[in-house]
Ligand binder design. Structure first.
Ligand SMILES: Cc1cc2nc3c(=O)[nH]c(=O)nc-3n(C[C@H](O)[C@H](O)[C@H](O)COP(=O)(O)O)c2cc1C
Length: 392
């Protein structure tokens, strides 16, 4: 039995939330409803209280339990938050981190998975701001149940009708069970570039943005895992509920990864580790001169290979950023490093990989099976990969 918060915003389709609340209850879950002010013009809290046997909130300062902040209590207790129907206004607010009513405040305060079922006039749905918000939310791991096409309440035809309740229920329950797929597992992810100092102000690095590693961390958390993210320097915001271990050099990354690998069930090596470091970095800033200078580079440790050898009982997944989609070199690398699986991404393509928000992966497992993700957002690629790994 899970705790579901059902958020209802100010759409004509608000009446459909009454049945939806009962559907969730019939599926064995506890449902607590939160209405926006606009929604309470269509449906009353008393109706939901009678249907669910739970208090229904509209005002941010309501306290069903005296002395307890309801928005925090509800946010913490939620296993899933479903916003159905979701208006254009509420979608745009959630995407931009606004918390100016009870529903959006609960959403801001919660780390639970979120599912949104939009319902609105087709022009509102196709508005560039609404579409940008939906894309932003989807990239953040929010599940969107797309509205269907047809005649909407105002008489216009197009996409905007709230998806049918059976569809919202099915998607919600699948999303809920997916959020428990990796429950109890700890996943260690190495991510981002490393920086190898030349002197006190200069370093050798690479073009890795860290986006793939951060997306993998978010995906693993969405699937219920505890996540430790050992990351080289990036400008990215740490996803909620992730333990970030910042490092700079390859050697630091190996030390931290070894330390945290002890408690991990899976290790995913996504970092673009510099192959070489400067043998003797200068401890002052090197001065400009007209002479050539020579810098001796020394090989860095093979982080994922070392971890695979030291922790042979753990699932270790390597990533190979290759200049082509040729899987042979990646398969050879998988055998050489003795990892459980390797994922290849073709960095010669400008539309995916380094810095991009999308990727296309080929997964090769130790038993010789090959899987293709197709081009998707880095978060969707990560969810795809983790679900296959959970089954193999
Ligand atoms: C009769 C009526 C029906 C409406 N239906 C919708 C709708 O289906 N979808 C939507 O996005 N907005 C709809 N609106 C506009 C919203 O209620 C309005 O933008 C409101 O500010 C949304 O507030 P909320 O997001 O806090 O619920 C409707 C307004 C009225 C008066």
């Amino acid at each position: 039995m899970s705790n579901i918060v059902l958020g209802v915003s100010g759409s004509v389709a608000a009446y459909r939330a009454c049945d939806l609340a009962r559907d969730f209850m019939r599926a064995g879950h506890t449902v607590r409803v939160c209405l926006t002010d606009a929604a309470s013009n269509f449906v009353q809290p008393a109706l939901f209280e009678a249907l669910t046997g739970q208090p229904c909130l509209t005002d941010t300062f309501e306290e069903p339990v005296a002395g307890r902040m309801a928005h925090i209590d509800w946010a913490r207790a939620a296993d899933l938050i479903v916003v159905a129907p979701a208006t254009a206004n509420t979608i745009n607010k959630i995407a931009n981190g606004v918390g100016d009513d009870m529903l959006t405040t609960i959403l801001l305060a919660s780390t639970a998975p979120i599912l949104i079922a939009p319902a609105m006039n087709p022009s509102m749905y196709n508005h560039p701001e609404t579409q940008a918000s939906l894309k932003k939310l989807s990239n953040r791991g929010v599940q969107i149940v797309e509205p269907t096409e047809g005649e909407v309440a105002c008489g216009e035809n197009g996409q905007g009708k709230l998806a049918n309740n059976a569809h919202i229920l099915r998607e919600s329950l699948e999303f809920l069970s997916q959020s428990k797929l990796l429950e109890g597992k700890t996943i260690l992810i190495t991510s981002g570039p490393t920086q190898e100092p030349i002197d006190t102000v200069r370093y050798i690095s690479n073009r890795s943005s860290g986006k793939m590693g951060f997306a993998m961390a978010r995906a693993a958390r969405l699937l219920g895992a505890q996540v430790i993210l050992v990351s080289g320097p990036t400008d990215l915001l740490t996803p909620p509920d992730i333990q970030l271990v910042p490092v700079v050099t390859a050697t630091q990354m190996l030390i931290e990864a070894q330390k945290h690998a002890v408690k991990a069930d899976w290790i995913i090596g996504l970092a673009a580790v510099a192959d070489y470091s400067v043998a003797q970095p200068s401890n002052t800033k090197l001065r400009r001169s007209s002479e050539d200078i020579q810098i001796t580079l020394t090989p860095n440790p093979d982080i994922i290979g070392t971890l695979a050898k030291e922790f042979p009982d753990k699932k270790v997944i390597a990533f190979a950023a290759e200049p082509s989609a040729d899987t042979e070199y990646a398969a050879e690398k998988m055998r050489r490093k003795s990892v459980s699986a390797i994922t290849l991404n073709d960095i010669s393509r400008s539309d995916i990989g380094f810095g991009s928000d999308e990727n296309e992966l080929t997964l090769i497992t130790a038993d010789g099976k090959t899987y293709e993700s197709g081009k998707q957002s880095k978060l969707a690629c990560s969810l795809w990969l983790l679900k296959i790994l959970a089954e193999t």
